[in-house]
Design a protein around this ligand. Structure first.
Ligand SMILES: CC(C)(COP(=O)(O)OP(=O)(O)OC[C@H]1O[C@@H](n2cnc3c(N)ncnc32)[C@H](O)[C@@H]1OP(=O)(O)O)[C@@H](O)C(=O)NCCC(=O)NCCS
Length: 433
């Protein structure tokens, strides 16, 4: 069965569950909000619903109920390759089912057919100052394509609540097909003397991205893994939540994703992967190019903390152990680049940083997150322009947040509107006169 038909059946089956919860149990409590949560970024407040992924503080992410190793094991893989089709993962996120090999082939073909990026997108990118941050370019390119939104057109004609997910789905597939092309274009325009490599007619999304970037195998394997690992981290993280919030106003997927990417561009979120490399570069600069020892790293970690900055790639708002996305990338490094010098520095940091963060006693989670490891692999394969790393994170993250948008429309989630209080109201509520 084609992806859209499979999805339609899943949506029909899911709708009555949401309707029943609202009708029969709408008043039931599932949590409470403390003063610390209201002032402190709604940390842990249970007020979002998604079935696409769930983040357990100790176990890490599950995609549609499956851990990362299970996901990588059961998704179909291109012939002779160790890592799965990214397209298959999109199918899993959207429907909850692992696709068959035939279903993946169909989706790969469908993505090929949708991949052509309109010339005006490149014209806009070329008109921007060449030193604009690649995330600014990426977000702009997505927003520029909004004029072609099928959802917007359907809205203008009169949107039917029951079928609103369909034009959203069309936009989502088109965006996912085009993002790797746009990302590789930005990379080569900015960093490879504006020379470009045309997309292949035969390769899958991950393979094609590596091909358009101009980086040889096993970079294709890395990018399959990378896009899958970065795809989703339930709904409360800043990029997912922003995309959902904007989409809840019935903005289309182009507006919503562009906004989500602007959230990803923050140094406390996706930009941390470039910050890790910048931070390590700072250590090398300080040591006049010498490979740092554990003692050097300890001193530099303390220096960073004492100057009031965070250690990029460490800590997490939800996780309370080493991020399994870090572990999966570490396994990749151990297999493909065990002797890489920066990988060894990153490994030393794994020993050095957690005890120091524990000693400092501020961070609730002293362990590394996904960003601590991802940059070093890119660096190894010659993608040393670390400003670009968050764009690749964005291509992966788009899969999760866009799958959520389709389901938001399928289940008819309303416009988001939490309630704010004044400081005086909170003071009164806790008895401060
Ligand atoms: C991810 C992050 C933003 C989560 O923030 P959070 O939920 O507020 O985290 P915590 O509740 O543990 O923060 C408590 C304190 O520890 C500090 N802290 C958390 N992680 C830290 C780190 N890696 N280095 C130094 N201090 C850190 C916070 O800044 C905060 O300090 P404050 O009380 O002075 O404001 C935070 O851990 C961080 O800034 N990490 C570095 C950036 C990064 O890697 N981001 C990518 C995340 S996937």
């Amino acid at each position: 069965m084609k992806l859209k038909e499979t999805l339609a059946a899943k949506i029909e089956a899911a709708r009555p569950r949401t309707t029943r919860l609202l009708k029969e149990f709408g008043g039931a409590k599932i949590g409470e909000v403390t003063v610390a949560q209201a002032i402190g970024g709604a940390r842990g407040v249970k007020c979002l619903v998604t079935d696409i992924s769930y983040l357990d503080p100790m176990e890490g992410i599950r995609f549609r109920g499956h851990t990362i190793p299970e996901t990588l094991k059961h998704l179909p893989k291109p012939k002779g390759k160790a890592f799965p089709f990214v397209e298959g993962h999109l199918h899993l996120l959207l429907t909850g089912d692992f696709p068959t090999a035939g279903q993946v082939d169909e989706l790969v073909d469908e993505m090929h057919a949708r991949r052509k990026v309109p010339q005006y997108v490149f014209d806009v990118l070329r008109a921007m100052p060449r030193d604009s941050h690649p995330m600014t370019m990426f977000s702009t390119a997505i927003l520029t394509m909004q004029r072609d939104s099928e959802f917007k057109t359907a809205y203008e004609k009169g949107l039917d609540k029951l079928t609103a997910w369909e034009p959203m789905y069309e936009d989502v597939l088109t965006i996912m097909a085009r993002l790797p092309v746009i990302a590789a274009y930005i990379y080569r325009m900015k960093y490879k003397s504006d020379t470009h490599i045309a997309a292949s007619e035969t390769l899958d999304l991950g393979g094609n991205f590596a091909h358009m970037m101009g980086v040889k195998s096993p970079y294709d394997e890395l990018m399959r893994l990378y896009f899958i690992l970065h795809s989703d981290h339930e709904s409360g993280n800043a990029s997912a939540h922003t995309t959902h919030l904007v989409g809840s106003t019935l903005s289309d997927a182009f507006y919503s994703l562009s906004a989500g990417m602007n959230a990803l561009a923050g140094p406390l979120h996706g930009l941390a992967n470039q910050e890790v490399l910048r931070w390590i570069q700072g250590v090398y600069d300080k040591l006049g190019g010498k490979v740092p020892s554990k003692e050097d790293l300890k001193a530099f970690v303390w220096e960073t903390l004492n100057s009031g900055q965070v250690i990029p790639g460490y800590g997490h708002a939800v996780l309370r152990k080493t991020d399994p996305r870090y572990e999966e990338q570490r396994n990749f490094c151990l297999k493909y680049l065990p002797n890489d010098e920066i990988f060894q520095v990153v490994s030393m940091l794994y020993d050095v940083v957690p005890p120091i963060l524990e000693e400092q006693g501020k961070a609730k989670n002293p362990w590394p997150n996904v960003d601590a490891q991802s940059g070093v692999i890119q660096w190894h394969y010659g993608v040393t322009e670390y400003d670009f790393y968050t764009v690749m994170f964005g291509v992966g993250r788009a899969m999760g947040v866009l799958s959520n948008l389709v389901w938001d429309r399928a289940l008819g989630y309303p416009i988001e509107r939490p309630k704010s209080l004044t400081t005086a109201m909170i003071e009164a509520a806790v008895g401060i006169k």
